[in-house]
Design a protein around this ligand. Sequence first.
Ligand code: SAM
Length: 281
Amino acid sequence: MSSPDGMPPLSAVIRAHDLAAKKELGQNFLLDLNLTSKIARMAGDLPGSDILEVGPGPGGLTRGLLMEGARRVVAVEKDRRCIAALEEVAAHYPGRLTVIEGDALQIDPLEHLTPPIRIAANLPYNVGTELLTRWLTPPSWPPFWTSMTLMFQKEVALRITAKVGDDHYGRLAILCQWRSDPRIVMHLPPEAFTPPPKVHSAVVHLKALAQPRFPADAKVLSRVVAQAFGQRRKMLRSSLKPLGDVEPLLEQVGIPPTARAEEIGLEAFCALARAVAARQT
Ligand code: SAM
């Protein structure tokens, strides 16, 4: 029996290539092409974009992206066992899929991609958060990508999209919302994956802003936010002590020195970062 794209179903691909999921590679596969096509559509204008896919595995999301018309997909996969299965997908879509065997944390596939570039991935959660942080902190802004559509553990998705006052508000919310517009676009129960993970998942779509939401130096903002949330229960006047005498700066930008990090919004953190940077120069 074939699938909507005329290729064998993913369960047959997994059997034929002996791709039993490996826990150490965070392998929880999506086998329903209707679902992967739906995720692919969340990525935005596929026919007008090159897609960087990280961790294609047996190719469920890859096939969804290609079926939905992606101009070109460059897929980076660490598990050598998956490469032959992915090459079959490449042969089914001549000239539209480039498969690269490698560790996405080590290699830079940009030379294979032409802008506009969108990122799509269902990655192991630790690798996903590490790459998300790197993609949001490039040497200059705007970044090489237009949008990112990424699967995360639900808890991480809530941390990415949390607003001031929410339980999940913290460093990740500020990092993501300063230079992008993140939205949860889909929730997935464990049973959507094979094998099912222990936790619920969510797809987050992050659209790059042309420029940061509020002006600030990226390194100074990151340092201020790291100090503030490093001891989130403490008042800012003590948690920020390692940055020097910040009380006058807090007052200057209208933040009560007795406030705690979780009460301070992105705009105020940016104002504080500007004040800290101005004192340094
Ligand atoms: N995208 C497929 C899907 O949705 O069914 C597979 C998802 S599975 C959660 C994660 C995939 O990422 C696995 O195929 C795994 O081998 C791959 N992977 C894990 N670490 C990686 C890394 N550092 N670089 C590239 N791929 C990686």
